[in-house]
Design a protein around this ligand. Structure first.
Ligand SMILES: [Zn+2]
Length: 274
């Protein structure tokens, strides 16, 4: 591999949309940023920062949940202001050339979304209307690299956190794709790739480190979201609500009942922003 580079933040400042380029070829220089905050634990995750703002779905407040819709492109569509995924098409040709059935593709995509909703307070619901969907997934009409995403945020809401308005995820139909890991890193697994792109689509950037799903290098060493991925999602959307109410049973020591362990308090990162 070695052809993937991180998104350079300074290059992401185009107009209203930004890029979270993914698994990208050498279009972008390697990312070298000062850490946004200590909470971005040792570089294991990074929140997208655009013109001094983080971006997220739902309330523009870090650590708050969101309900997000997604759809598959059903016809060619152009987003003239997008930096990535500007022209998208349905996935039919990509799936046909890789021998992946539509139903399997849709199921793998759902599992990719499930991975994120399992760890943070975000819900994803598929809708049929590409225009109405928060996140639109399709094939690149002008194939480049492997996969990209593009995030567009509300222009009218300057602040430390801006609401996302539309995210795009596009895959290169001229590359081979597969379902599942087989050790061949030249052919990307759809679910893993989508999981990574969804991470961008909800506000996560590439961390400094490898070994996270959000790391820019495609790997087949783990199938689940890693600690940094989870911390990043929680920083943006908060803990999964179900997890919030879990407490440990009281423990007794020498006849003295101890209080239940307090819920883990995971403060969202304090962004060094004005
Ligand atoms: Zn990426």
């Amino acid at each position: 591999m070695g052809d993937m580079r991180g998104l350079s933040r300074s290059q992401a400042l185009a107009a209203t949309t930004v890029v979270a380029a993914i698994f990208a070829p050498a279009i972008f220089a390697p990312a070298i940023f000062a850490p946004i905050a200590a909470a971005e634990e040792a570089g294991i995750f990074r929140i997208i920062e655009l013109k001094g703002s983080s971006v997220k779905w739902g309330s523009p407040k870090m650590g708050t949940g969101a309900a997000i819709t997604y759809a598959f492109a059903t016809e060619p569509v152009v987003f003239s202001e997008a930096r990535n995924c500007r022209a998208m098409e349905p996935m039919d040709a990509l799936l046909a050339s890789s021998g992946v059935g539509q139903a399997l593709y849709e199921a793998e995509t759902a599992r990719a979304f499930d991975a994120w909703s399992a760890v943070a307070d975000i819900e994803f619901r598929r809708v049929s209307d590409p225009d109405a969907a928060d996140i639109l997934i399709g094939a690149q009409a002008r194939p480049v690299g492997r996969a990209f995403s593009n995030v567009a945020y509300a222009r009218s809401a300057p602040g430390a956190v801006r609401p996302l308005e539309k995210s795009l995820i596009c895959l290169n139909p001229q590359q081979p794709w597969k379902v599942g890991f087989d050790g061949n890193l030249e052919v990307y697994d759809l679910r893993y790739t989508l999981k990574h792109e969804i991470g961008h689509a909800i506000g996560l950037d590439h961390p400094d480190t490898t070994s996270q799903v959000m790391s820019y290098r495609y790997e087949e060493r783990f199938t689940t979201l890693q600690a940094g991925d989870i911390s990043g999602a929680v920083a943006l959307y908060g803990n999964k609500q179900k997890l919030m109410v879990e407490t440990q049973p009281p423990q007794t020591t020498g006849g003295i009942a101890l209080s239940p362990a307090p819920e883990e308090s995971r403060s969202p990162p304090t962004l060094a922003l004005p």
